[in-house]
Design a protein around this ligand. Structure first.
Ligand code: BTN
Length: 251
């Protein structure tokens, strides 16, 4: 990318016309990919979403990319990287006048619909992380979504926003690098937590939480320093949600 302004994220970019999944490619080829490399595909034939769901990744319609990370951190510090990607996407969009919001932990929302998804996966042996990949899917040029997701999904084109994929990817990498470096080098999480709090679609709302298949309602209070969701349940008890399916009640 000619306009890229980073130190190490995306200095090495591998572009493919078609891959099954950029995340899968990174995890299978991590020995040959240096820290900070980025893998991008025009099309994914088996794009992966969260909890085993597929992620539609048609040719040329979006940015389907995965960042290769090889940090020396304990396993329990890895989940925060999803929040870094979310905060970096929101920050990048805001710098381009796109009013994106974050739905914890991994959805980026524009005008009430899902614009991007994030899937962070890793390869570890015993307690040592070999490679983490944070994959982001950004719907850029999609003109129409299939009937089943039309009410829930959107693209920058549909919302009348900018659709310059190089610019969007570069802005995202720049924001990601700044927040990732602060986290890894200084354990500084402030910018990420501020962005995730200030631009949250859940905080202050009554939300629906699915825990072990059970549906419950709670008030969303905020996120803690590790990036977990803090809620108050129906009995007035404070609880921490570590991962999972949450949504605003009624939506
Ligand atoms: C979700 O919202 O469920 C997460 C979707 C993540 C999609 C991206 S596209 C690039 C990367 N490669 C994949 O196979 N998935 C992620």
């Amino acid at each position: 990318l000619s306009i890229l302004d980073t130190e190490f994220i995306g200095r090495n970019i591998k572009c493919f016309d078609s891959l099954e999944s950029t995340n899968k490619y990174v995890l299978e080829n991590s020995e040959n990919l240096e820290d900070g490399s980025v893998v991008i595909a025009e099309e994914q034939t088996g794009g992966r979403g969260r909890i085993g769901k597929p992620w539609k990744s048609k040719s040329g319609e979006g940015i389907w990319m995965s960042i290769v990370l090889k940090p020396e951190i304990p396993l329990n510090k890895a989940p925060f990287i999803t929040l870094i990607s979310g905060a970096a996407l929101v920050d990048a969009f805001r710098n381009m006048d796109v009013d994106a919001k974050i739905k914890w932990p991994n959805d980026i929302i524009l005008n009430g619909k899902k614009l991007c998804g994030i899937l962070t996966e890793m390869k570890a042996q015993v307690e040592r992380i070999e490679c983490i990949t944070t994959g982001v899917g950004i719907n850029v040029l999609t003109e129409e979504f299939p009937e089943d997701i039309r009410k829930k999904a959107t693209s920058l084109f549909i919302e009348g926003c900018l659709t310059d994929r190089e610019k969007i990817a570069s802005e995202f990498m720049k924001s990601f690098e700044r927040m990732y470096k602060a986290y890894i080098e200084k354990d500084d999480r402030k910018e990420v937590l501020d962005i995730c709090t200030e631009n949250s679609v859940l905080i202050g709302k009554e939300i629906r939480v699915i825990e072990r298949g059970e549906e419950k309602y709670a008030i969303c209070n905020g996120i803690d320093v590790d990036g977990n969701l803090i809620v108050t349940d129906e009995n007035g008890h404070r609880k921490t949600i570590f991962s999972g399916e949450v949504s605003v009640r009624g939506k």
